[in-house]
Write a protein that binds this ligand. Sequence first.
Ligand code: C2O
Ligand code: CU
Length: 480
Amino acid sequence: MTTAGPRARLVAAVRILAICLAATLVVLLVVMWWGSLRPGAYSLTEHAAGHGGASGGVSVADLTADADRAADVKVELTARHETVQLASGASFEGYTLNGATPGPTIRATQGQLVEVLLRNEDVAGGVTLHWHGVDVPAAMDGVAGVTQDAVGPGESFVYRFVAEQAGTFWYHSHQISHEQVIGGLFGMLVLAPAEETAVTDVVAAVHTYPNGIRTVSGEPGVMHVPAQPGDRVRVRVANTDNVPLSVWSGAPFVLRAVDGGELSQPPPIEGKRVTLTAGARVDVEVEIPASGGVSVQLPGASIVLGADPGPAPQPTEILDLLSYGEPTDLPFDPEQPDRSYRYDIGRMPGFIDGKPGFWWTVNGKIGDDIPMFMVKEGDVVRMTITNGSGEVHPMHLHGHHMLVLSRNGEQATGSSWWVDSLNVEHGDTYEVVFVADNPGVWMDHCHNLPHAAEGLIAHVMYEGVTTPFMLGHDTGNNPE
Ligand code: C2O
Ligand code: CU
């Protein structure tokens, strides 16, 4: 008979310890996995209740435009799933509105009531329309499972809102948006100022379809626009893709507006490019020279006004909107906020609805653990957005415009820089402020839509506002 030596006993002890650790880890993972499983149906109101928010009051469905006011602009849009043929002859499986993609450009004048009847002919997953950058009443925001139910095949929905803003906007489906938007379910919305202007305008929706072809308002690569020397042309450029783009020209240009917001006293720009983040718009104004034409360019796309001057190389220097134009007075004090929040973007491994992954985080949380940003009507809300996630994120807040106060500690000194879509690079810290003047439940998410589908979504919820709409597998609502 032999007894185990001290070495053998140590080995046995280490083994037992390792087995215990492994077992604990497995139990932990199972608990995390189990905890991440989503119920078949749940509402953001219940979610907020779990985070110290949401109680009684108004349903988001009741936050509509004046029901008794007649429409000034009426549009009908029919969504279809079909094989889309581009002008170049290339085709892909996608989506159309009234048989085309982009859908028709909707034009209205500031102050008018816009009414859009959306019909879904045969898009199996359902559709909605979100008015990107327009601060519509909450019930009209078009987010499936948050402000309405997805519109199923054979169904319809009426959107009504007063165009309080003037500027360049766009609309897109907010149901399975990471697939439907790239596939074609979008269009442009131009809200003209009430006063007439002597400038012609051109709408340029830059979009890369699932077949990889970059287009400008449906034209592969180049859009030609007739123009005469001496004409002033405002090019309304929208980035409907998932990644940031740059805009430049070989000729001097003026940046008139960002995300629909007119800039104050913008000087001419030469030898610089403008960053146009995903979802964002810029209005670029050029004057056609006596020599012929001007080209407004983006990578793989251009808008040629008049005679083609040929391509200009992309400038390396980026226009800094922190110091472009002249400041104007604000109707509120951004230094006296009623609430201050952080929106820290990161990444970590974990589970969302039982799926393991290396997920985006907001304030260290993933998926449904991301807390609600609760606000009260009238609040001045300050938000510090940081990005330590390793990738750029175009951050988009619904229903409000954010004023950029600083980037990486550098204060804004130029024209008030209002955005609904902000390019937040890895390593950046932005301080922004917005006024909570539009009650509802509002998404505040990354507009790289596959990132949103990977959980980079938070919500701003007003106290006293609830949503009767449900998210989850059993509901048919899937906003990302
Ligand atoms: Cu352009 Cu949440 O959307
Ligand atoms: Cu992102």
